[in-house]
Design a protein around this ligand. Structure first.
Ligand SMILES: Cc1ncc(COP(=O)(O)O)c(C=O)c1O
Length: 364
C-alpha cells in the first residue's frame, strides 16, 4: 500500500460488490437489481430538472423527505434521505456506532463489516441458527455485557429480510429486540421489505431507539439513481444530519431527488412490478425444489439455493460460462449456496433450463 495513505485508508476493509464483467453480455442475476425499468414518470421528472442543473440541489432534500413522510405516515423530521442506502447506513454507523460495540448476524450483508472497520466499531457476530434464521432472543446486550465489560454498546444491525438468506423476521419479534435493547440503536435494514412483508416503520413513534433504512434500488428499479432513506425518532435523524453536514451537504442530487419523488407517486406501477417479481420468485422456487434444490424461505427479490449433490462452485462456473452471473460466497456455512436475483420471466426460464441441463449431465 502507498506510503501516502492515511491511517484511515490503511485500516479500511473495502466491500467487494457483485462482479460486473464486460467481456460479453451476461444475464445479471448477481446484484439484486430489478430486471424491469423504473416508472416512466421518473424520466419525465428528471427531464424537467435537467435545465436547472446549474443550481445546487436542496441540502435538506425537502420535496423527497416530504413525499416519504406522507407515504410512510410519519413526520418530516422522522425522515433522512441519502445517496443510496449504503450511504445512509454509513452515516448511521458514524452517528451511532463509531467506536462502540454492535451485534450483527454472522451471515448477512457484508457491507456492515466494512463500515464497522472504517468506524472502529467492535463487530460482535451473532451466529444464525442452523436453518440460517435469526433467533431474536440472541439479540440482547445484557447477554453480551459480561463478555465485553469494557465495551460501550452502540446497538444492533439487522436486515429484514436478511441477506443473503431472504428470511424474514416477524414484526412482533423485531419489536421484542427493540424493547430488549433500550440503550442501543436497533437499525433494521429493510432493503427488500417491499417484496411482500411488513415494515417496522410503523413502530418508530413508540421507540426512540429504532431506525429503519430502506432503498429505491430494489423495489423501485432505481439502483442507478442512488436513493436511500432512514425513518426514525427525530433525535436519531438529527444525529445523521450532523454527520452528513460534516461530510457533504448535497448528497442527494437534483435529478435523483425529483426522479425518486416521481417513482414514489406511481403506486400502481410499483405494485405491479413488485408483484411480478414475487410471483416469479415463487414459480422459480417451486421449479428448483422439484429439481432437488433446498431453498431458504426468501422474502427478498432473490433466492438462496443449495443442492446436496452438486457443488455450488460448479454451478456458479457453468452458469457463468453460459452467460448467467449469480452470486457465490466463500464464507463457511453458506459456501455451498448460490444467491440468485430474480430476473424477468424470460431470464429465469433461461436460468432454470441451464440448471435442469446441468443436473441431467451430472447424473449421467
Ligand atoms: C441488505 C442490503 N442493504 C443495503 C443495500 C444497498 O443498497 P443501495 O445502496 O443500492 O440503496 C443492499 C444492496 O444490495 C443490500 O442488499
Amino acid at each position: 500500500m502507498s506510503k501516502f495513505y492515511s491511517k484511515l485508508a490503511l485500516k479500511a476493509f473495502p466491500y467487494t460488490p457483485g462482479e460486473q464483467p464486460t467481456d460479453k453480455k451476461y444475464i445479471k442475476l448477481n446484484s439484486n437489481e430489478n430486471p424491469y425499468p423504473p416508472s416512466p414518470t421518473v424520466s419525465k421528472a428528471i427531464q424537467e430538472e435537467i435545465h436547472k442543473l446549474n443550481l445546487y440541489s436542496d441540502p435538506e432534500a425537502t420535496v423527497l423527505v416530504k413525499a416519504l413522510a406522507d407515504y410512510h405516515h410519519v413526520k418530516e423530521d422522522n425522515v433522512f434521505a441519502g445517496n443510496g442506502s449504503d450511504e445512509v447506513l454509513a452515516f448511521a454507523f458514524a452517528a451511532f456506532f463509531a467506536g462502540k460495540a454492535i451485534l450483527c448476524p454472522d451471515i448477512t450483508y457484508n457491507f456492515y463489516f466494512t463500515f464497522a472497520k472504517y468506524y472502529e466499531s467492535e463487530f460482535i457476530e451473532v451466529p444464525l441458527q442452523d436453518d440460517l434464521s435469526v433467533n431474536p432472543a440472541d439479540y440482547n446486550w445484557e447477554r453480551f455485557k459480561k463478555l465485553h465489560p469494557r465495551s460501550q454498546f452502540g446497538g444492533i444491525v439487522l436486515p429484514n429480510p436478511n441477506a443473503p438468506s431472504g428470511i424474514y423476521l416477524q414484526l412482533s419479534e423485531i419489536e421484542k429486540i427493540v424493547q430488549a435493547n433500550p440503550d442501543g440503536v436497533v437499525l433494521i435494514d429493510e432493503a427488500y421489505i417491499d417484496f411482500g412483508e411488513e415494515s417496522a416503520a410503523s413502530l418508530i413513534d413508540q421507540y426512540d431507539n429504532l431506525l429503519i433504512v430502506q432503498t429505491f434500488s430494489k423495489s423501485r428499479s432505481l439502483a442507478g439513481l442512488r436513493i436511500g432513506f432512514a425513518i426514525g425518532n427525530a433525535e436519531l435523524i438529527k444525529g445523521m444530519k450532523r454527520i452528513k453536514d460534516s461530510y457533504n451537504s448535497f448528497t442527494v442530487d437534483r435529478l435523483a431527488m425529483y426522479g425518486a419523488v416521481a417513482a414514489l407517486k406511481d403506486e400502481d406501477y410499483f405494485v405491479e412490478m413488485k408483484n411480478r417479481i414475487t410471483a416469479t420468485r415463487e414459480t422459480v422456487t417451486k421449479k428448483l425444489q422439484k429439481a432437488g434444490f433446498t431453498l431458504t424461505n426468501s422474502k427478498g427479490s432473490f433466492i438462496f439455493m443449495t443442492h446436496k449433490d452438486i457443488p455450488a462452485t460448479y454451478l456458479y462456473e457453468q452458469l457463468k460460462k453460459e452467460g448467467v452471473l449469480v452470486r457465490h460466497y466463500k464464507q463457511p456455512r453458506i459456501n455451498n449456496y448460490l444467491r440468485v436475483s430474480i430476473g424477468s420471466d424470460e431470464e429465469m426460464n433461461i436460468f432454470c433450463d441451464i440448471i435442469d441441463r446441468l443436473i441431467t449431465e451430472t447424473k449421467v
